[in-house]
Design a protein. Structure first.
Length: 56
């Protein structure tokens, strides 16, 4: 009886930790993609301010 309890508890804990890790990874990925989008937008704005002769 005791080993079944520990096996079940361990399995539930492993599933919960996997869910937490995947949620954290998705959140970090989302934040990183927003940061990259923001930097690209700022780069495009800066390039638009340069005269056409300097862009080449």
């Amino acid at each position: 009886m005791g080993y079944q309890f520990y096996l079940c508890t361990g399995s539930i804990f492993a599933v919960w930790m996997t869910w937490v890790a995947l949620t954290f990874q998705a959140r970090e990925s989302s934040l990183l993609s927003r940061e990259v989008d923001e930097r690209l937008r700022k780069s495009v704005e800066l390039l638009d301010t340069l005269p056409g002769t300097l862009r080449r």
